[in-house]
Design a protein around this ligand. Structure first.
Ligand code: MLT
Length: 266
C-alpha cells in the first residue's frame, strides 16, 4: 500500500488486527526485512512495516534527509491510518529514527523496542566514513554498498552457511536508489547525541541486541539499558546486527512477550 505523506509516496504494509506495532527498518534495507516478524506476529497484533523515505517502494527524492523528517513521515502515516498510539520497533537506523520520534511525539509511544541500535551520535571518524560511503554509492552504485555492508550486518557463520539470507539482504540493498542511500548517510551523520534523552524516556522499553553485533555492539545496548528507566535488555545468541533476520524465532518471542506484557490492564 502507498500513502501520500509530506509530499512523497510512502509504501507500507498493514497486516493483522489488535495492538499496533510499527516496524522501522535498518540502513540500507527496506520493510521486507521484517517479513518473518509480519508472518509470526500478525496473528496476535496489527503489524505495520514502512519503507522509510529513500527506500524500497517509497520515493527517494534527491537532497536533504534528516531523521526528524523520517519521524515526521511516520507520524503522518499514523494519522493516515487513524492510529493514536502504538508500540514502535526500530532496528539500527530505525532506532535512531525512534529517538527523533520520541523527542517530538512521545504521547504516541506506548512502548519502544530498540534493536541493534545506539544512542550516541557519530564520531568525527564515523561522519567521514559516511561521506566516503556516499561517494562509493555515487561512483559504483548500490552493489558496491552491498559488498561493504553485508559483512557488517550478518555474522561470519551466516555469510558462510546461509546464501539465501545473504542474497535476500543483497537484493534489499541493491533495490535502493543512490539518492536514498546518500540521503540516509547524510541524515545519520548529522543526527544528534540521544544520550541525554535516555533518562527522559518514560514508556516501557525493550532493548534487543545480537551477541555478535559489531556495528552496534552489546556494550551500546547495555548503555541504553542502564540509562532508560526500567528498560529490559535481551541479548540474542548466534546473531549479529540483523538479529531479527538471523534469529527470527527468538526475536519474535521477545517482541510478543514485551507487547503482551505492556498491554495488560494495570
Ligand atoms: C543500520 O543498520 O541501520 C546501520 O548500520 C546504522 C549505521 O550505519 O549507523
Amino acid at each position: 500500500m502507498t500513502a501520500q505523506i509530506n509530499g512523497i509516496a510512502l509504501a507500507y504494509s498493514d497486516r493483522g488486527t489488535g495492538l499496533p506495532i510499527i516496524f522501522l527498518h535498518a540502513f540500507p534495507l527496506n520493510r521486507t526485512m521484517w517479513a518473518q516478524q509480519e508472518v509470526a506476529l500478525s496473528s496476535q497484533f496489527r503489524v505495520i512495516t514502512i519503507d522509510l523515505r529513500g527506500h524500497g517502494e517509497s520515493d527517494a527524492p534527491l537532497w536533504r534527509y534528516t531523521l526528524a523528517q523520517s519521524a515526521d513521515d511516520v507520524n503522518a502515516l499514523l494519522d493516515h491510518l487513524s492510529i493514536q498510539q502504538a508500540t514502535f520497533a526500530g532496528l539500527s537506523m530505525g532506532g535512531y529514527i525512534l529517538f527523533a520520534f520520541y523527542q517530538k511525539y512521545a504521547a504516541r509511544v506506548k512502548g519502544l523496542i530498540l534493536a541493534d541500535t545506539r544512542a550516541q551520535a557519530d564520531t568525527a571518524e564515523g561522519k567521514d566514513g559516511r561521506f566516503q560511503m556516499a561517494q562509493t554509492a555515487y561512483k559504483n552504485g548500490p552493489p558496491a554498498i552491498a559488498d561493504l555492508m553485508i559483512p557488517k550486518l550478518l555474522s561470519p557463520a551466516t555469510i558462510q552457511t546461509r546464501p539465501d539470507l545473504v542474497q535476500q539482504v543483497r537484493t534489499m540493498i541493491e533495490g535502493n536508489q543512490i539518492s536514498g542511500i546518500a540521503g540516509d548517510l547524510m541524515a545519520m551523520a548529522e543526527r544528534p547525541d540521544s544520550i541525554p534523552l535516555l533518562k527522559q524516556i518514560t514508556c516501557s522499553t525493550q532493548i534487543i541486541v545480537g551477541e555478535l553485533d559489531q556495528a552496534t555492539p552489546p556494550s551500546d545496548a547495555k548503555l541504553m539499558a542502564e540509562q532508560i528507566p526500567n528498560a529490559r535488555l535481551s541479548i540474542i545468541p548466534h546473531a549479529a546486527h540483523l538479529a531479527n533476520l538471523e534469529q527470527p524465532d527468538t526475536f519474535n518471542q521477545i517482541v510478543a512477550n514485551f507487547v503482551s506484557e505492556i498491554s495488560k490492564p494495570s
